[in-house]
Design a protein around this ligand. Structure first.
Ligand code: NI
Length: 183
């Protein structure tokens, strides 16, 4: 298990489509998952996608009890999700603030589907199918976007609500819970 540096926006791996996992329960995959969980915890991330630590595979991890980066967020179950697919359960979009370990220091408001069902495989290759809403659904959509080479700034529509955390906080635009956090 090792904590890896997180690649930042501009690194070519972050704008590529990651490839499917084809073999489960291999030392390589198990190592990747352990490293992703360790790196996510070390960075206080709500989630992490494999390309962010330099591995262009369709693996994401997410979940927390409480998160200092998103203090008002409800708990999200700790999940390893491989070869994910997302199905919106209705057309409702919800706006919410997002950040990204690959885009340090910034936050932006991003519309996401409010209700989704996601499916894929867990760490041991067992099929997984979960309904999620709100912040849970948002995190899954954010992380899965990484696998298609999409960082959240591409999803921002209103650029008056995208910027540096300290500036947004000083302007009273970010929720108070987010003001003293590190990116
Ligand atoms: Ni991200």
């Amino acid at each position: 298990m090792a904590i890896h540096p997180v690649l930042r926006m501009g690194h070519p791996l972050l704008s590529q489509r990651a490839s499917e996992v084809t073999a489960f329960n291999t030392p390589e995959l198990d190592q990747l998952i352990a490293d992703m969980l360790a790196t996510m915890r070390a960075e206080d991330g709500a989630g992490l996608a494999a390309p962010q630590i330099g591995v262009s595979r369709r693996v994401v991890v997410f979940g927390f009890e409480t998160n200092p980066r998103y203090r008002e967020a409800p708990p999200v179950p700790l999940t390893v999700l491989i070869n994910p697919e997302i199905k919106p359960l209705d057309d409702t979009l919800e706006e919410g603030w997002e950040g990204c370990l690959s885009v340090p220091g910034l936050r932006g408001v991003v519309p996401r589907y409010k209700h989704i069902e996601y499916s894929g495989f867990d760490a041991s290759g067992e099929p997984l199918r979960v309904e999620a809403e709100g912040f849970h659904a948002r995190v899954v959509q954010h992380e899965c976007d990484h696998l298609d080479g999409i960082l959240y700034p591409r999803r921002v529509r209103d650029f008056s609500r995208f910027g540096f955390i300290d500036e947004l906080s000083a302007a009273g635009l970010l929720p108070a819970q987010a003001t003293d956090e590190q990116p």
